[in-house]
Design a protein around this ligand. Structure first.
Ligand code: ADP
Ligand code: GLC
Length: 490
């Protein structure tokens, strides 16, 4: 197959800037573009959430598809649209009873999963499979369907029923979310009964949509080489390690890239000042001033000189927020460091962080919520970036922070281990160091790494060199897009 002729249908539950809850959304923007830029003919299929539909301007109805839902037939309109941020057409599954609702794609206003998630993503996957078979006779039949995370795990399973079908690739962005539903949903949704076995979609008596993707896809990828190895072990495998190990012949670890047009301190439109590796100050300092100025009435030179440690992320156990909560008071007592944290997620973490900020209003700044612009400003304005994830399939924030001259402090796991080189003496000497990595999964390990970072921060020339190493690295999609294209073409 010649690459230029490859037709690829991406299927996913989110994509920047239309709908994004985390790194999945970033990747579903940047990977299809990277593949498209290398000559592939691409479509991206998304659910028609209310917030997404509101952002679309010129929409064409290309057809109607009726599929089995939980109670009866669900009817979906298939929309095609051109979006100014997208170089290729988007397809949208418009099914109001399932997707026309406010807020987050996966959870309601109280943070609980939408009760009909099994139906929502089964219907979405059924429609995706039919479009992949060109059942609407649009004259566009993909060679490859590339589905992402549990929400689209059933796509490969539905397609496996058809002899004349495209190749299926399934990417695991996070094994911790498995799309696990009771057997009753499997019955109600009238999924093929021969799928119901430990060799199929059954997992501990329930339906695992993630498992469906792993079992039925022709190829499985995950988002870093280290995570690909980790998920084949009991510690990271969530009970699927045995299955993944048995499928290692089709499992590939491909590191995510980042979109270097959206994330570039030299051009980033969300920043008050620009800078590059050749001239970090004063641009970075002006961003720091703007960031501090958001939270403090006045910013003096002493505040600008004191280290500022940033964090952006989902406030969930994965991200090591409990270590952050334990480390901050120690650092406040020991040093003159300040902290700026942006995130949302588990209510208990939100409350504890908010309380900490109230106790230390001039040194701990917390913003609960989702704010794309503030995320960019923290990457640029902080001196160091905290990312002590317990596990991290890839992680994009540490790559953003490297590019923004904000050395990350990370736990040695998954994509963090693949991208951050610890500033030990040897790595500092050969200029390969770009951040701080700790190997002991506890607060003491994290604190030790922060202390090392603060010590190096006081040595301006060495610190500058560390920043420059990260800023000069290329985390763009070139290598990884080529890797995916190889996989599609086999
Ligand atoms: P994950 O996908 O596990 O959340 P990643 O590091 O891969 O972690 O990607 C997180 C993405 O989501 C980044 O683009 C980050 O800036 C963004 N993000 C996470 N939380 C927030 C938030 N509260 N406000 C703005 N952006 C956020
Ligand atoms: C997931 C992972 C994160 C990864 C992102 C994009 O949300 O938690 O590590 O970077 O997907 O692949």
């Amino acid at each position: 197959m010649k690459r230029g002729e490859l037709k690829i249908l991406f299927v996913a539950s989110e994509a920047y800037p239309l709908v994004k809850t985390g790194g999945l959304g970033d990747v579903l923007y940047s990977l299809p573009h990277a593949v498209h830029a290398r000559g592939a003919d691409v479509r991206l299929l998304l659910p028609g959430y209310r917030a997404l539909l509101r952002q679309l301007e010129q929409v064409r109805i290309v057809g109607w598809i009726d599929v089995r839902g939980a109670e009866g037939i669900d009817s979906a309109r298939i929309l095609e649209t051109r979006h100014p941020d997208y170089a290729f057409p988007l397809w949208v599954v418009d099914c109001p009873p399932l997707f026309d609702r406010p807020g987050n794609p996966y959870v309601n206003a109280n943070g609980q999963d939408w009760l009909d998630n099994a139906e929502r993503y089964t219907v979405f996957s059924r429609v995706a499979a039919l479009l992949a078979l060109d059942s609407l006779e649009l004259g566009w039949k993909p060679d490859v369907v590339h589905a992402h995370d549990w929400q689209t795990g059933l796509v490969a399973a539905f397609l496996a029923e058809h002899p004349e079908r495209p190749k299926t690739v399934f990417t695991i962005h996070n094994l911790a979310y498995s799309g696990y539903f009771p057997h009753g949903d499997f019955v109600r949704l009238q999924l093929p009964s021969h799928w119901w076995s430990p060799e199929g979609v059954e997992f501990h008596g329930g339906l695992s949509m993630l498992k469906a993707g792993i079992v039925y896809a022709d190829a499985i990828t995950t988002v870093s080489p280290t995570y690909a190895a980790e998920i084949c072990t009991p510690e990271f495998g969530y009970g699927l390690d045995g299955l993944l190990l048995s499928r290692s012949y089709k499992l590939h670890g491909i590191l995510n890239g980042i979109d270097t047009r959206l994330w570039d301190p030299h051009t980033d439109a969300r920043l008050p000042a620009h800078y590059s590796a050749a001239r970090i100050l004063p641009g970075k300092r002006r961003n720091k001033q703007a960031l501090l100025g958001r939270f403090l009435p006045a910013v003096d030179d002493a505040m600008l000189a004191a280290p500022l440690l940033g964090l952006v992320g989902r406030l969930v156990e994965q991200k090591g927020i409990d270590w952050v909560l334990a480390a901050i008071p120690v650092m406040l007592a020991e040093t003159d460091a300040r902290f700026v944290l942006l995130g949302s997620g588990q209510v208990s973490y939100e409350q504890k962080l908010t309380r900490l900020a109230k106790q230390h209003p001039d040194r701990v700044f917390v913003e609960i919520g989702y704010d794309e612009s503030l995320a960019h400003l923290i990457e640029a304005g902080a001196d160091m970036f905290l990312m002590p994830s317990r596990f991290e399939p890839c992680g994009l924030n540490q790559m953003y922070s490297l590019r923004y001259g904000t050395p990350p402090i990370v736990y040695k796991t998954g994509g963090l281990a693949d991208t951050v080189v610890d500033a030990d003496e040897a790595a500092l000497a050969d200029a390969s160091a770009n951040g701080f990595v700790f190997e002991s999964p506890d607060t003491a390990g994290f604190l030790d790494a922060i202390r090392r970072a603060l010590e190096l921060y006081r040595q301006a020339p060495r610190w500058r060199r560390l920043q420059q190493t990260g800023m000069q690295q290329s985390f763009d999609w070139s290598d990884s897009a080529a890797h995916y294209l190889d996989l599609y073409s086999i």
